[in-house]
Each structure stands twice: as C-alpha cells, then as structure tokens.
Design a protein around this ligand. Structure first.
Ligand code: CP3
Length: 351
C-alpha cells in the first residue's frame, strides 16, 4: 500500500485511517534513543546526518507511526545567529536578549542558512530510506517562540522577570529588530528542509499562549505571516503545520488567510468541537494530553476509546482533515508500552 495518509490529511482528502505521529516521538523516553544517546551527545545526534537519520527511524520502526519527524532542534537558527548553544543540562545560549544592544550582537540573513545544512543532509538520508506510505516532517520554531528562548537563554521555566523582559521587548523594539535578522533565515531554513525531502514543515509556537489575542495579532502574527509568505515564495505549495500552545479560537482567528495547512492544538480543547468548527479552514492536528500516557494501560485505553469514538461519530468528511497526535510532545519517562498501546487502539478503531 503506497497511499500516503499523512499527506492526504493535510490536503483534507484522507479517505483512510487518520494518520498518527507524536511531537518528540524520538526522544528521551525511548530505549532506542537512550542507547544512541549513551554513546553520543545530543548535538552530535542532531548534526551528524547518519545519526539524526537513525534517531528519526527509531519510533517509526518500533511503534509504526505514519510520519517521521527530522531529529533536530528549534534552537539551531539562534546558534547560526551567533548566540552559541549547548545542551549540557537542557539548552543553553551564551547570552540573552535582555537589551536592544544584545540584539545588535546578532548576525542575520539567508547566508546563515549554510549553518543548517546538516538538517538537509539528514532529511535526504531519511527520505531515501522512508517507505512511500509514510510522511516526512521538517520543523522550525516560530519567530515568537524563538524570541522567548533568545530572551530567556535557557529552558528554565520562564520566571516572572524574564517574562516581563520578553514582554517589554515586544514594545521596545527588541522583538522587531530580532525579527529583521531572523525572518529570512527562518524561511530559508524551512525551504532547505522542504527541498531536501520534507513533505511539510511544522512551525512550533509553544510560547504563543503567553500573549493575549490582541498582543498576538499585533506582534507574533505579522512576523509569522512574513515567514510564511517568504517560504511560500521559495517553495510554493509545501504545506505548513502550525502548532501553538495555550491558545484558543481567538488566537486561531488571527491566522485566517495565512498560508497554513494544518493547526496543531493543545489538549485543552474538545477535539470533535474543534474539528467541527475549524476543519473547513485548516486540517487539525492533536490533541491527546501527553500526561495520559502515564496512566494505567486499561485507563488509557478507555480514555482513548472514548475520544476516538467521539471522532468516529462525526461526519466522515470532517475526519479527512484530522492528523491524530498529542497536544504537545511526548514527555520524558513516558512508558513505551503506552505509546505502543496508543498506536494499536488507533489503528484498530479507525481501520
Ligand atoms: O519530535 C521529534 O521527535 C523531533 C525532535 C525535537 C526535539 N526538539 C529534540 C530534543 C523537536 C520537534 C524539538 C522541538 C523543540 N525544541 C521545541 C518546540 C516544541 C516544544 O517542545 O515545545 C522547543 C521549545 C525546543 C527547545 C528544547 N530543546 C528544549 C526545551 C529542550 C529540553 C527539554 C527536553 O525535552 O530535554 C531541548 C532538548 C531536546 N530537544 C532533547 C530532544 C530529544 C533532549 C536532549 C537530551 O538531553 O537528550
């Protein structure tokens, strides 16, 4: 069977089982990843194309997901811009954008995309090995989320002073001057992934929910629009999946008319309602709570059966644009047997 249900779902035309993949399906919870990670740094796993390819295939081979996602990280463009990057205890940049003068230290522009060529190399290897019925996902961070990480400098939970600083930067020009340097690079980063074989590019906007809908409209959306339009010029027709967290209908309404094929939603939403109300405009991806994967298997199974039954009760045309997945990434320490159970129940109920 060579039908690619992932690509069909992004086109609203999937007549088969809804495709399933998880953000962070290759990661610390998985013994395959742990084995490779014991012998290699995270940076090497990302930057050595053979290793990145190997990590990407771990969850595909083990659990049977319908799409692979490039093994990499959203922070590499910041490294290319001169912020340094190490992952010794979680990601850490060499400096933070606390003042406008810090932004002046950054490099910018398309030429920096050469620093990200390791992603293209990995994608070409993955593409060569990937069966035709599986999708291939590239990804970058959305401008706002990259900005938050650049202000924060690490992955410590955003504390109040950092949040305030990041927020002030939306008004004092820091975000705008950061974007002047970032946006062409980011569009070029997406393009190099698409040209190397990604079927779609995901934009992760994990920090979007830090903004009210009005702030989001005034700041994050124009930056997002600029990247999407530049990418659409570079790679016409390549679908974009936009994931945001802690957002809702008032945020999503601001995305109308942008070249976004699919909206990834977090778990704080009733899936059938979102599918009914939004799948005419966007394919919908999500949105099982990643914490459910820590439940006793019988409990997990019961909850999944209930959600999947509620989707099966919808008119079939609504399901054509659904990509089944989580409302965020797989958490470290997630038991593998529950990932396996998720895939088994999903395939059983929708086949
Ligand atoms: O989905 C996949 O399988 C691809 C891999 C992937 C990683 N990071 C690998 C990774 C993806 C899609 C990302 C995206 C990413 N990275 C985001 C956006 C999505 C989200 O999670 O909200 C963000 C904000 C980052 C930045 C980042 N990188 C953080 C916050 C961390 C530490 C948290 C963690 O899970 O360890 C990283 C490191 C990182 N990125 C690891 C992995 C597998 C762990 C590295 C290790 O210690 O082995």
């Amino acid at each position: 069977m060579s039908e690619n249900i992932f690509k069909s779902a992004l086109n609203h035309s999937n007549e088969g089982r809804p495709p399933v993949w998880f953000m962070r399906q290759a990661g610390r919870y998985h013994s395959h990843y742990q084995r490779l990670r014991a012998a290699n740094s995270f940076i090497d796993l990302c930057k050595k194309p053979e290793l990145a390819c190997e990590v990407t295939f771990g969850p595909l081979d083990d659990f049977g997901f319908d799409a692979g996602i490039l093994f990499s990280d959203i922070l590499f463009p910041l490294e290319a811009m001169g912020m340094g990057l190490n992952f010794e205890e979680g990601p850490k940049l060499d400096f933070q954008l606390r003042e406008r003068a810090d932004v002046a230290r950054l490099k910018g522009g398309v030429a920096l995309a050469g620093h990200l060529d390791f992603q293209a190399q990995a994608l070409r290897l993955i593409r060569a090995r990937l069966p035709a019925d599986k999708g291939l996902i590239g990804f970058v961070g959305a401008p706002l989320t990259l900005y938050y990480y650049a202000v924060e400098g690490s992955h410590q939970n955003l504390d109040r002073s950092v949040k305030r600083s990041a927020h002030e930067g939306l008004r004092d020009g820091r975000f705008d001057s950061f974007c002047v340097k970032l946006l062409d690079l980011l569009a070029q980063n997406m393009a190099l992934q698409a040209r190397a074989g990604a079927d779609c590019v995901a934009l992760f906007d994990t920090c979007a929910g830090e903004l009210t809908p009005a702030e989001y409209r005034a700041t994050a959306v124009p930056a997002l629009q600029a990247v999407l339009e530049r990418f659409a010029q570079l790679c016409p027709g390549v679908p974009v999946v936009y994931y945001s967290k802690n957002t809702g209908a008032r945020h999503w309404a601001e995305l109308r008319g942008l070249p976004i094929a699919c909206l990834g939603i977090d778990w704080n939403h009733d899936l059938p309602t979102v599918l009914r109300e939004w799948s005419g405009e966007f394919a919908i991806q999500g949105n099982i709570d990643p914490n459910w994967l820590f439940l006793e298997p019988a409990d997990l199974e019961a909850r999944l059966r209930q959600v999947f039954a509620s989707v099966l009760a919808l008119p079939a045309d609504i399901r054509r644009a659904w990509v089944c997945g989580l409302g965020h990434g797989v958490l470290p320490k997630t038991p593998e047997h529950n990932v396996r159970l998720f895939l088994r129940i999903q395939k059983e109920m929708f086949s």
